[in-house]
Design a protein around this ligand. Structure first.
Ligand code: KG4
Ligand code: ZN
Length: 339
């Protein structure tokens, strides 16, 4: 079964053809980070325009690379949400027209489900039940996953997403956008313990709180502490490396502890990591180490499949195509679509 995946929820225009839900035949990705870089974050109107300019070329090149005529496709899958409304609409409109013209089914996919199934693209098999941490520029969500299509949100950030915190910290150090990879790079060789940043909501929850809030997270206080520390300490490469390393360590610490706490609580042995921040080298190393020492099987996509891509949308569609009804041609963008 050949599925064309289309992803335009944020600032990457992406298409991929995936065979039988595992083998990527071809993929193309046009990034707009150069466009948004000077604004320090994604500008929705510019993202939307960028997708309009790129989408047909990206799909055409994907099919060319795969060496396939469009008629060979069995289904067209597209991200329906969550994401930027205008950006999503470009992918959805294109996918609808393409599916209609080819007489093939259209499959609407939740972007977060794409991140959960992405590890199969790196050769992993998914086993359930599992706890999945999806951590990106827009999301920091912990799910209890009973199986594909069966997700329960058990924790989330109550303010900023972890990726957003990385982006803000990087911009504070003058490192540009996207900030996560820059912080990751600058932290190498930095002293993790010179600056100790707060790890909010790491303690036990007050007994008045519902139990599930034990897995909630918060990153805005950390961001404020970081901005203050940079103002007080921050000039020179040495200070920047130490500040970045200390900040990264605090984020990683929170993400790892919350994920393991949820895994213990729900008695699962499988951990799934996804989203752009899962490309972070320190998060990968600490999570892998803890998982090995505490007896969990960690399923980690390769860095390329952590960040937004269209292959993961096609994989999710492959699993959906057996049971879910096909999307109708009045499919709309759902910027806050929940999983
Ligand atoms: O999943 P993604 O590509 O797009 C969203 O759905 O948001 O994630 C993008 C986010 C950005 O905030 C970016 O700074 C962060 O992922 N990111 C990283 C790394 N690579 C990307 N954060 C930390 N370390 C990285 N190596
Ligand atoms: Zn994403």
């Amino acid at each position: 079964m050949l599925i064309l995946g289309i992803e335009t929820s944020c600032d990457e225009t992406a298409a991929a053809v995936v065979a039988d839900g595992v083998v990527t035949m071809a993929e193309e990705l046009a990034t707009q980070s150069g466009v948004h870089g000077k604004f320090g974050g994604v500008v929705p109107e510019l993202a939307c325009r960028g997708h309009v300019e790129m989408i047909d070329r990206v799909v055409e090149r994907t099919l060319e690379k795969a060496g396939l005529p469009a008629g060979a496709l069995d289904a067209i899958a597209v991200t329906a949400g969550p994401g930027l409304a205008g950006a999503l609409l470009v992918g959805i409109s294109f996918a609808k027209a393409f599916a209609y013209a080819l007489g093939r089914p259209l499959v609407a996919i939740n972007h977060l489900e794409g991140h959960i199934v992405a590890p199969v693209l790196s050769g992993h098999d998914l086993r359930f039940p599992a706890v999945a941490l999806i951590v990106s520029g827009g999301h920091t969500h912990l799910y209890y996953v009973e199986g594909i299509g069966r997700y329960r949100l058990v924790g989330r950030t109550i303010d900023d997403a972890a990726g957003e915190a990385f982006d803000k910290a990087a911009s504070c150090l003058g490192l540009g956008y996207p900030g996560g990879p820059a912080i990751d790079r600058v932290s190498t060789g930095g002293d993790l313990s010179r600056f100790s940043f707060p790890r909010p909501m790491m303690g036990r929850p007050p007994s008045s709180r519902p139990a599930h809030q034990a897995f909630d997270m918060s990153f805005s206080g950390l961001k404020t502490a970081f901005v203050r520390a940079v103002r007080e300490q921050g000039s020179g490469d040495r200070a920047h490396a130490d500040l970045a390393a200390g900040f990264q360590e605090a984020v990683v610490d929170v993400l790892v502890e919350k994920t393991l706490a949820a895994a213990r609580h729900y008695r699962v042995r499988e951990l799934i990591l996804g989203g752009g921040v899962a490309a972070n080298s320190r998060l990968r190393a600490v999570m892998a180490d803890r998982a090995a020492r505490e007896g969990y099987r960690l399923v980690l996509p390769g860095p390329r499949h952590c960040t937004d891509n269209a292959a993961m949308i096609a994989v999710a569609a492959f699993h959906r195509s057996h049971e879910a009804p096909m999307a109708a041609l009045d499919l709309n963008a759902e910027p806050s679509l929940a999983l």
